[in-house]
Design a protein around this ligand. Structure first.
Ligand code: MG
Length: 280
């Protein structure tokens, strides 16, 4: 019979425990970055927690709420309208000319009667951030009070209007998919305060002259959800039912001149992106 002293037994136990713990650690570490022995996700080429699944690109978020993330295109930086144009008139008819809208201290203001403002670049599916302000001096009623509009692809309007104690038809108030859907709620601020729109827009898809997929709007108005992937019936139209007409997959973003001095600032846009694109 082999007799071991207590210290020898304790040492043997400690060695065995250490080996066991090391084994557990190795097993854990090998699974830290995913698995290949888990089920395949339905409709996807990936295992659950797949270790080979591409990681999303790393971007830097805005430093403060509403600030542009690092992968956004800045459409207005507070200083100039170099990314925007207007339709020329007279000898400049048919040309895109420098905007007449006025840039002031960190914002710009619609120049009533000068025409719409549109981006020189074109965009399709996108996330858009826009801040806008209604004139402090209240003039007019209903649609004739602080009217402008954010037109995705120069066609599909989210209404900009003074919605503070200003009765108008519901599908024409601020936040409406104009002429189609009122906002789910009215989170308007008083005239003179800045409002925000955060818009997720899915462009319509055409095959030849046939509509394959309509446009969809998801809209946060002052941080409040007012449209949840709502279908657009077609290009904005007044007193009629919208119908789609084929157009390019990318078109300029447009801000409406409706003869009112509405102000804008901090405008940025970014493509929606797609899942499982390898990190660059
Ligand atoms: Mg409008």
């Amino acid at each position: 019979m082999i007799r071991r002293s207590f210290p020898a037994l304790a040492a043997a136990f400690t060695t065995a425990a250490a080996a066991f713990l090391a084994g557990v650690l190795v097993a854990q570490q090998s699974h830290d970055l995913g698995f290949k022995d888990t089920p395949i996700l339905p409709g996807q080429p990936w295992h659950v927690h797949d270790s080979d699944r591409p990681h999303p690109r790393v971007i830097t978020p805005g430093a403060t709420p509403g600030a542009a993330p690092s992968d956004a295109t800045i459409l207005f930086n507070g200083r100039d309208l170099s990314r925007w144009a207007q339709k020329g008139s007279g000898p400049d008819s048919g040309k895109a000319v420098a905007p007449k809208w006025k840039v002031m201290d960190g914002y710009f203001e619609a120049a009533p009667g000068s025409g719409d403002l549109f981006t020189r670049d074109k965009f399709g599916d996108c996330q858009l951030h826009v801040e806008w302000q209604e004139p402090t001096t209240v003039r007019g009623t209903s649609q004739d009070r602080g009217n402008s509009g954010v037109y995705l692809m120069s066609r599909y309007e989210i209404q900009v209007l003074d919605a503070w104690q200003n009765p108008t038809y519901a599908d024409g108030q601020a936040g409406a998919i104009y002429g189609q859907w009122p906002p789910l709620v009215n989170p308007a601020r008083r005239p003179g305060a800045w409002n925000t729109y955060d818009i997720v827009f899915e462009a319509p898809k055409f095959e030849g002259s046939t509509l394959q997929e309509p446009a969809y709007f998801t809209v946060f108005y002052n941080g409040v959800l007012v449209h949840n992937r709502k279908t657009s019936m077609g290009p904005t139209i007044y007193r009629d039912v919208a119908h789609y007409q084929p157009h390019e997959p990318r078109e300029p973003l447009l801000l409406q001149d409706h003869d009112h001095p509405v102000r804008f600032r901090n405008i940025w846009i970014r493509p929606l992106g797609q899942y499982d694109r390898p990190e660059k």
